[in-house]
Design a protein around this ligand. Structure first.
Ligand SMILES: O=C(CO)[C@H](O)[C@H](O)COP(=O)(O)O
Length: 229
């Protein structure tokens, strides 16, 4: 099984959790995109009824509309039953780094509120400790980016302003902010760092998602494995 097949396999597995009349948080990224497409197909074929999606990004919203998922915003729903999203790193305690797609703030808002948060990854995302391979994306108010990058030196982190690829200048998030990618040597206490980073003035949110995932579906060549609390 190659990586794309593993992504498809976990996306299909996640569908088993979705029932009629559920409100589903729709994550961002290539793995969740498979889930959104499969969910849209089930809705269009009448296999699922009265299911609504709450997108975490423009990407998720546009795709959901394209595949026929009725979309609502967070302030239109009383509760989110399940949220489904990808991740960039997963440690053995089910803590995550997210935000390669720069959608971490809305992702965290929606996933924090969901009755159940299901994470979809292939096995390449599993690490021994957070920060092993990936920097921590931090969404910041544009005027504060430089001051925050300097402040991060106190944490022994080196931060880079994320630059856009098909646009000149920095990446601008769906919320109109910048992203700093902060490389930490080794994150010993993810929950502590997650909380501490958010106390820096100008930080909107950071990409450490500690203690929030309920189920992690891991695509492997042998099939889908499950991590659960
Ligand atoms: O956090 C994210 C976007 O902000 C994504 O969920 C994460 O980057 C995983 O993406 P992919 O499934 O494409 O590897």
């Amino acid at each position: 099984m190659n990586v794309e097949e593993m992504k498809k396999a976990v996306a299909k597995e996640a569908l088993k959790f979705i029932e009629d009349e559920m409100v589903v948080g729709l994550g961002t990224g290539s793995t969740t995109a498979y889930f959104i497409k499969y969910l849209g197909k089930l809705i269009m074929e009448g296999e699922l009824e009265d299911v609504y999606g709450v997108p975490t990004s423009h990407q998720a919203r546009l795709l959901a509309l394209e595949v026929g998922i009725p979309v609502v915003s967070l302030d239109e729903v009383d509760a989110i039953d399940i949220a489904v999203d990808g991740a960039d790193e997963v440690d053995p305690h089910m803590n995550l780094i997210k935000g390669r797609g720069a959608a971490l703030t809305m992702e965290k808002i929606i996933e924090y509120r969901a009755g159940m948060f299901i994470v979809l990854v292939d096995e390449s995302k599993l690490v021994e400790y957070l920060g092993q391979k990936m920097p921590v994306p931090i969404e910041v108010i544009p005027a504060a980016w430089r001051a925050i990058a300097e402040e991060l030196e106190v944490f022994n982190a080196t931060a880079e302003l994320r630059m856009a690829v098909k646009k000149d200048g920095p990446v601008v998030t769906d919320n109109g902010n910048f992203i700093l990618d902060a490389k930490f040597a080794r994150i010993e206490d993810p929950l502590d760092l997650e909380i501490e980073l958010n106390t820096i003035p100008g930080v909107v949110e950071n990409g450490i998602f500690a203690d929030i995932a309920d189920i992690i579906l891991v695509g492997t060549p042998e099939g889908v494995k499950r991590m659960e609390r």
